[in-house]
Design a protein around this ligand. Structure first.
Ligand SMILES: Nc1ncnc2c1ncn2[C@@H]1O[C@H](COP(=O)(O)OP(=O)(O)O)[C@@H](O)[C@H]1O
Ligand SMILES: [Mg+2]
Length: 368
């Protein structure tokens, strides 16, 4: 039997460790037609939780739609992504109605071609987009049911054009009891800017729900139960696995997967098996760590190195002598960028006050 641990894609509600409090809170907020946003580092389970909330909302009688904006580069693209999500996710009765309705809406792409030499600019006033953003109102008018709409990778909308979120806001504001929105995105800096900066349309528009690391005891219970379902025992490997994962959800599942693969049915993992599984997991993550390293500036690399040590202070003598990192404003700016990109988070327990989000990257930086 192959490993029961999923680490390549969002997991179903039945495989969510912890997060019960967040799920309950979001379900209540959705029921009250309030908007929320999920905050959390990359691969901390935002999309998985979002889907669990949608599944609960279906049980509560809502019409739910999940839209992922990753890869959208224009307002027309955004409109099309929304259109396709409804087409694929509405239940069969609504889908028939929708098939007719969609043909009465303004096209997603404006027919007027841009002139030669005219700089292509996303048409943020795209009437086609407004029509698609208004769909929850149409559904509510028709069925009396509330819509729960999840906008994933929502930072893409801001990236396309800083004015585009304003187009969303203007329409969404009119939905009141017709719809509740869940926002999330993998770029913490842009998401914070969108919802936490007065200059942006979504300032204070959706209460944040934060996803932190998974508690070691809940993880231990989950892993042990899954091993036991497969008639295996994580044995002595469980402790070091929890240490190596540092509560990072995806890293925990990646490690569990490789450990499971190395334990035969009715077998128990020992330390030697654990070392091999750890090496397997790290090998799998090597490529992405390399990409990250290559895209970092020289200064960011030094900052990452220092933060990974945990016991070295930024701007201290050791940071300078061991890692060539001098004190200064540019160091602070580099930390800011790493924070915005989601590579580091605050951690008062370290000397720098920061922690590397990915424990694999941190180990690689410490050990080389
Ligand atoms: N609560 C959780 N319980 C178990 N695994 C989780 C949990 N949250 C995240 N994961 C793991 O992390 C991976 C990425 O989850 P995902 O929902 O795609 O994260 P995000 O949307 O934040 O990037 C999943 O494949 C799964 O292995
Ligand atoms: Mg996601």
């Amino acid at each position: 039997m192959s490993s029961p641990f999923v680490y390549e894609e969002p997991v179903g509600p039945e495989a969510l460790v912890d997060r019960a409090a967040e799920l309950g809170l979001l379900r209540d907020r959705v029921g009250d037609a309030r908007n929320s946003r999920l905050e959390g580092a990359r691969r901390f389970g935002k999309t998985s939780l979002l889907r669990a909330v949608l599944a609960a909302a279906v049980d509560d009688g809502a019409v739910v739609i999940e839209v992922n904006f990753l890869g959208c580069v224009s307002a027309a693209d955004v409109a099309e992504r929304i259109e396709r999500a409804y087409g694929a996710q509405l239940d069969s009765a609504l889908r028939r109605w929708y098939a007719g309705l969609i043909r009465t809406l303004q096209p997603t792409v404006s027919a007027a071609p841009a002139g030669v030499g005219v700089k292509a600019r996303p048409q943020i006033s795209a009437p086609g987009l407004l029509d698609r953003l208004a769909l929850p109102r149409r559904i509510h008018e028709r069925t009396g049911r509330m819509c729960v709409i999840a906008f994933d990778e929502f930072q893409e909308v801001l990236r396309i054009d800083p004015a585009l979120p304003g187009v969303f806001r203007a329409e969404l504001e009119t939905h009141r009891t017709a719809a509740s929105y869940l926002f999330c995105g993998s770029h913490p800096g842009l998401m914070r800017e969108l919802f936490g900066d007065r200059r942006h349309a979504f300032f204070a528009q959706a209460a944040p729900v934060t996803l932190g690391p998974l508690p070691a005891d809940d993880l231990a219970d989950f892993l042990a139960a899954r091993f036991s379902d497969g008639r295996r025992d994580p044995g002595e490997a469980l402790g070091p696995l929890l240490d190596a994962a540092e509560g990072h959800p995806q890293r925990a599942m990646l490690l569990a997967h490789h450990l499971y693969q190395r334990v035969p049915p009715r077998g128990t993992a020992g330390i030697e098996t654990w070392m091999k599984a750890l090496a397997d997991a790290r090998r799998e993550a090597e490529g992405e760590i390399q990409v990250l390293w290559e895209s970092a500036t020289e200064l960011e690399r030094r900052v990452l190195k220092v933060i990974a040590q945990r016991t070295v202070a930024l701007g201290g003598r050791e940071a300078d002598s061991r890692f060539g990192l001098a004190k200064g404003g540019s160091t602070k700016a580099a930390v800011g960028r790493l924070l915005a990109d989601g590579h580091v988070v605050e951690d008062p327990a370290t000397r720098t006050g920061w922690r590397i989000v990915d424990p694999f990257l941190a180990a690689w930086l410490r050990e080389g």
